[in-house]
Design a binder for this molecule. Structure first.
Ligand SMILES: NC(=O)c1ccc[n+]([C@@H]2O[C@H](COP(=O)([O-])OP(=O)(O)OC[C@H]3O[C@@H](n4cnc5c(N)ncnc54)[C@H](OP(=O)(O)O)[C@@H]3O)[C@@H](O)[C@H]2O)c1
Length: 262
């Protein structure tokens, strides 16, 4: 993809991977539009990168997506790339009865339905551009469910499946479909977890985004660092070992929670 002359909409561009995308894509000369739920975070992003355009919009709300589409396509008719990056990752104990039916669905509404509805809303516009792209952000967890974040795991496997089907259906059109597949990355994603991920196993956001941009420039359909290829292979060869390795974390978290209560 030509990123220099592109107009790119990034959902959830006020923190972590999204904010790093803003930085690196701005450096390349792209026109950047950023969304997020929090007005103060959007204002901070605008302060840091005065050339970007910000819109307060919640991807988990269909009405926000419809309004975003009207606002963005009228102000930026050349919009040609959308990056569905906004996401939440919650630590969920499936035996926790305090989560009601609405609440248990929040990550699905954001990570999965949000991505699907964004694509559905913007696709007709993208199909009219000379060259266009859709980047959906999944995760290494799409290959191996992570028991501490069961709903998140389901959403990321869903994003991967949806993105593969979308790519096939758009074959032969002007819209290229990419899947960004980050491993663990140092961001605010798990800031409210009682146990933080092991820093030494996490990638820096700038490195992840460098890999993604290199892949986008070369039209690689999967934007992923080498460690994801290892996870993908391991998930095929010894899936249970990988699942149980991740599940050790859930057991450690439960123990911590118990200790805190006693
Ligand atoms: N960090 C990792 O280890 C990792 C690994 C694999 C995949 N990923 C994926 O990478 C993406 C970015 O995550 P991150 O790690 O950069 O997390 P982050 O630092 O927490 O950033 C998340 C961004 O999404 C926005 N957001 C959350 N809910 C939203 C909603 N309903 N509507 C619009 N914006 C929303 C947040 O802003 P507001 O709160 O203001 O809305 C924020 O800008 C996610 O899809 C995540 O699943 C991350």
């Amino acid at each position: 993809m030509d990123l220099k002359n592109s107009t790119i909409l990034i959902t959830g561009g006020t923190s972590g991977i999204g904010l790093e995308l803003v930085k690196q894509l701005t450096d390349l000369g792209s026109t950047i539009i950023v969304t997020g739920r929090k007005a103060d975070a959007l204002a901070e992003t605008k302060k840091q990168f005065p050339n970007v355009f910000t819109f307060q919009s919640d991807v988990s709300k269909a009405i926000d997506i419809e309004q975003l589409y009207l606002d963005v396509t009228s102000q930026f008719p050349n919009l040609n790339i959308i990056i569905n990056n906004a996401g939440l990752m919650r630590l969920i104990d499936l035996q926790d009865t305090s989560l009601d039916l609405e609440n248990i669905n929040v990550e699905i509404a954001t990570n999965l339905t949000g991505t699907i509805q964004m694509v559905h809303q913007f696709l007709p516009h993208l199909l009219k551009q000379k060259s266009a792209g859709i980047v959906n952000v999944s995760s290494g967890i799409a290959f191996m469910s992570y028991s501490s974040a069961p709903v998140y795991s389901a959403t990321k496997a869903g994003v991967r499946a949806y993105t593969q089907a979308l790519r096939l259906q758009l074959e032969g059109t002007n819209v290229k479909v990419f899947e960004m597949i980050p491993p663990g990355v140092k961001t605010k994603l798990q800031d409210d977890w009682i146990k933080q991920p092991n820093d030494s196993m996490m990638m820096n956001a700038d490195e992840m985004v460098k890999v993604a941009i290199k892949g986008l420039l070369a039209d690689k359909k999967e934007l992923k660092p080498f460690v994801i290829s290892i996870i993908k292979l391991a998930a095929r060869i010894f899936p249970n070992t990988l699942l149980n390795f991740g599940h050790r974390e859930f057991k450690a978290i439960k123990k911590l929670q118990k200790e805190k209560l006693s």
